[in-house]
Design a protein around this ligand. Structure first.
Ligand code: ASP
Length: 316
């Protein structure tokens, strides 16, 4: 496998299958009373969060702790970044601790790729601007596979603000790599021109939504919108909101969170049995454990950790 996880493009189908399988074995650990394995004991993981996050940050923290790594979490607020320290200086400073992995969330597309040039640690992209969010895509695959049994041939509609969404980009690549057929749908102003070149189809209305097995709704990314992309959120909701009338009883519903209730999703579907939203959050921990394991357990690791790679996780 690639030494870093910057994009879903770094992963082959085999890599993805292996990570999902590994996550399954960690799910068993998460069911125990003591949810910890010694795999990364003595190794340091640094979480560098330059942008707000609830799910991604907390699940990476839990993942590192459950693998027994030493963990440092730095947020831009409260760190020397506030004093104007550049990303490069921060990474070089933190490299003094000899981290095994740096997990980075940044508002800037390409930030994770830059960090990978400045450190010998494995770098995991936890969301870089509008670019990618590969661990979100992996946990979505994991969640969907658990519910649907198989991913091959599933028809997935990704609906909403595709233009500003790193989740959309990573998920189009990931769903397609696993054999799903992907359609993106939204107002023309929120669908990037040329997106078909990724291999997906494009629709500008929900008229054919009934053909989907899975509806993956995106958050309206108001903080990333510089102009006016839709006349109003009310108008957006009238045409594109997934509600109880539009979502069929056999269709599954996903959303990466946080949800704008009443905008992209109506309250009645958020809490419906078809919604996988809570399971997506739950899957975040085991999938991120699996990613840390994949990147670190075979890479410059002490021999006991390498041996661990071949065996099932043991309780700490
Ligand atoms: N939580 C996801 C992200 O960080 C989705 C979103 O914010 O809309 O990209």
């Amino acid at each position: 496998m690639h030494p870093h996880l910057l994009s879903v493009d770094d992963l082959s189908r085999d890599d993805i299958e292996r990570i999902l399988g590994r996550a399954e074995s960690f799910a068993e650990v998460s069911g125990r009373e003591i949810k910890k394995v010694p795999t990364l004991r003595g190794r340091t993981v640094i979480n560098l969060f330059y942008e707000a996050s609830t799910r991604t940050q907390s699940s990476f923290e839990l993942a590192a702790k459950r693998l027994s790594a030493d963990l440092i979490t730095l947020k831009a607020a409260g760190s020397a970044v506030d004093k104007g320290e550049s990303l490069k200086d921060t990474v070089q400073t933190l490299s003094a601790y000899d981290p095994a992995a740096i997990v980075i969330r940044s508002p800037h597309a390409g930030a994770a790729g830059l960090v990978a040039r400045w450190t010998s640690a494995a770098v995991i992209n936890a969301g870089d601007g509008k670019h990618e969010h590969p661990t979100q895509a992996l946990l979505d695959l994991y969640t969907l596979k658990r519910r649907a049994g198989s991913l091959e041939g599933l028809k997935v509609w990704i609906v909403g603000d595709v233009l500003h969404s790193r989740v959309a980009r990573s998920n189009i690549l990931a769903f397609m790599r696993m054999g799903c057929a992907v359609t993106v749908c939204g107002p023309p102003t929120l669908i990037p021109r040329g997106i078909e070149s990724l291999g997906c189809e494009v629709r500008y209305t929900l008229d054919e939504l009934g053909s989907a097995d899975v509806v993956y709704a995106l958050r309206m990314q108001r903080e990333r919108m510089t102009g006016s992309f839709v006349p109003s959120l009310r108008e957006y909701a009238a045409r594109y909101q997934i509600d109880g009338k539009r979502l069929g009883t056999n269709q599954l519903l996903m959303h990466p969170g946080p949800v704008n209730r009443g905008v992209e999703l109506a309250a009645e579907v958020i809490d419906s049995p078809q919604a996988l939203i809570a399971e997506q959050v739950e899957s975040g921990v085991v999938v991120r454990m699996a990613v840390l394991y994949e990147l670190l357990a075979g890479r410059g690791a002490p021999s006991d950790v390498r041996e661990g790679a071949e065996t099932e996780p043991q309780p700490a």
